[in-house]
Design a protein around this ligand. Sequence first.
Ligand SMILES: Nc1ncnc2c1ncn2[C@@H]1O[C@H](COP(=O)(O)OP(=O)(O)O)[C@@H](O)[C@H]1O
Ligand SMILES: [Mg+2]
Length: 391
Amino acid sequence: MTAAYPYTIWEPGATIGVLGGGQLGRMFAMAARRMGYRIRVVDPDPHPPAAAVADEHLCGSVADPDVRRRLIASVDLVTYEFEHLPTEAVQELSQHRPVYPGPEVLRIAQHRILEKQFLAAAGIPTARFWPIRSEQDIQAALSQIGTPAVLKAARHGYDGKGQVRVDQPDQAVEAFQQLRTSEAVWEAWVDFHTEFSVIVARNLRGQMVTFPAVRNWHRRHILDVSVAPAGLPEEATRQAEAIAQSIAQHFRLVGLICVEYFYTEDHQVLVNEIAPRPHNSGHLTIEAAVTSQFEQHLRAICNLPLGTTQLRCPAAMANLLGELWIPQAPRFSLVCGIPGVYLHLYGKRGATVGRKMGHLTAIGTSPAQALRRVRRARHLLQKSACDTTPY
Ligand SMILES: Nc1ncnc2c1ncn2[C@@H]1O[C@H](COP(=O)(O)OP(=O)(O)O)[C@@H](O)[C@H]1O
Ligand SMILES: [Mg+2]
């Protein structure tokens, strides 16, 4: 077993295993390779986005003991880029190589009932909720919480998948059946004023830093646009930062954690969910922060001093989803002429509706200008995807 002590440092040249080869793994690998680390990505997909920038791709699942053996033999430490991993396999892996963030925060964050119960036990405000494991629980949820509500599968939900809005009590049982799951959370619908998120990084020696809050807009439950600075009242920001830091402390987190919040009309700060990894709302830190979230995650897990989280300038990010490729791929060259706009494409094969294919970041002199730029840039792409005249 490999024990890590607060003074253990993984210097550049070390090899990091990354569980999951999506865009988060890819952007993490880019930051890590720039700083001289080696990356082994584990993903069952034969062509995951991160494989193109990794030193090696182990094609398979961490649930496979043979894949774990190969990983243990070839890496110094392990991280992950998504939380829907088999916990027992990750636990077993952590007996041989440090896994950051640790298996405990992963176990909680990947299960919405455990996550909500953890938050409630810590006295952290959330939307009112009720655990659902049977149709009897639905009746209890209807009388305790009522409608409108959102029913969320306990496991494997992301980008709005595994969620159904319930407006009327008579839709409840069908909504549960529709989720095809044995465990779910019934959550009161929150008429929020704003959604925002805060990312905290903590390293093995306990150093902790917090990124400025980012304001987020979702469409069909998928992140659409983010902007920083978020322009929130100071008190809301202070509360959210304190909550995120207390969660990181509670788990003795090593790595990043993103906390998503609702800010309600009556000035309450409610936690929506937590994710112990780099986050879509942190992509704008690549261009706008002194240290990007990906470099920060690397610094945190390798126990390097953490970087400055300060923003160099206001910035906005817009996701590019698969529908933008319909009926044809956009002409990306169009956005390259707009000052302050940066294009990120993840190299995914096969654009489908709702699939995150890339994003745009725009920097500006104000958040409003950055938002205008990024929306204009994406609009140009949308128009070009529909324009079938030859050029
Ligand atoms: N209780 C709720 N009330 C209002 N909107 C919600 C609620 N739960 C989720 N949403 C909307 O759906 C989005 C995605 O839900 P979330 O629970 O964060 O799941 P995911 O894991 O897919 O990000 C949220 O960011 C928010 O816009
Ligand atoms: Mg979310």
